[in-house]
Design a protein around this ligand. Structure first.
Ligand code: BV8
Length: 241
């Protein structure tokens, strides 16, 4: 891999990086979409039709994330170490709404699909930290009115967050790494194309070939807790040598 210390690195992560921490993925046989209808719980129409169902879906995931057994794994920790030790910008763009990257120490981080531990007021559009259950009756802290709060999560058909900043990073990076994502959901699944258009090298680290596997120059397949620390070790070996 011809990348040198000082080069910029963009890392896209998906649900696969959190799997070994105990959080479900979406499209694995035991995944979230095997138990819930995407249209009912992850679209604006679904929320308008049955907000109680959507609140119950995210309340259950918020409670699960609060379980002390759910901790960042060695893959999350390796990315935080890379950010600390790599003499160049390392940006993690995650599709995940869990907070495991933050808890592992990543700071240069974009949650393009929002965050499970935040809610948004439909009255004031303010984004608020939120760890409790949410219901259609929960009063908006800004207005005191009951209701009007929704998960700060990007549903299908909604525009992902910080797309401009992500686009700029893809144009400038020398290395684009995709970790633990099926390459099924756009625009994230198209980032590798954008990065390569601007000359970046591309690596896929995943349990198995993703839907976009052919778009990557290099692949390493296996559990994230094994292949991500090894990959980060290979990069940092250049720094110390
Ligand atoms: C957009 C909510 C326009 C948060 C999610 C018709 C109408 C409107 C839009 C569309 C349409 N048709 C297509 C689209 C685009 C649509 C889309 O892509 N649909 C799909 C179904 C085809 N996209 C959108 O609507 C997006 N918005 O297009 O707006 C736009 C765009 C750009 C600019 C301007 C305007 C919004 C998409 C966001 C939707 N929200 N979730 C939540 O509840 O979590 S998506 C959902 O899927 C999650 O966010 C998740 O992150 C994301 C991707 O899934 P993955 O993370 O990849 O997880 P998955 O289970 O699929 O794969 C896990 C992988 O890990 C597997 O490969 C597995 O092998 C691997 N793995 C498992 N274990 C391990 C492992 N790897 C390593 N180690 C292990 N141990």
């Amino acid at each position: 891999m011809q990348i040198k210390p000082g080069d910029r690195i963009v890392i896209l992560t998906g649900a696969g990086i959190s799997k070994e921490s105990g959080l479900d993925t979406f499209r694995d046989p035991d995944g979230i979409w095997a138990r819930h209808s995407l249209e009912e719980v992850a679209t604006p129409a679904g929320f308008a039709r049955n907000p109680e169902l959507v609140h119950a879906f995210y309340n259950a995931r918020r409670r699960a994330l609060a379980d002390p057994d759910i901790q960042p794994n060695t893959a999350h920790l390796a990315l935080a170490e890379l950010e600390d030790k790599w003499p160049g910008e390392v940006l993690v763009v995650t599709q995940n709404i869990d907070d495991l990257h933050e808890r592992a120490g990543s700071r240069n981080l974009i949650h393009m699909h929002g965050e499970l531990l935040k809610v948004r007021s439909l009255h004031t559009h303010r984004v608020l930290e939120w760890r409790e259950d949410l219901t259609v009756e929960t009063p908006c802290p800004d207005t005191g009115q009951p209701g009007g709060l929704r998960p700060h999560v990007v549903w299908f058909g909604e525009i992902p967050l910080e797309m401009e900043r992500i686009g700029e990073a893809l144009e400038r990076c020398a290395l684009f790494v995709s970790i633990g994502t099926s390459g099924h959901v756009y625009p994230a699944a198209g980032f590798v194309r954008e990065a390569r258009l601007f000359g970046a090298q591309s690596v896929e680290l995943n349990l198995e070939p993703s839907e976009g596997s052919d778009l990557f120059e290099r692949h390493q397949h296996g559990p994230a807790t094994e292949i991500v620390p090894a990959f980060v070790g290979e990069l940092l070996a250049q720094v110390s040598s």
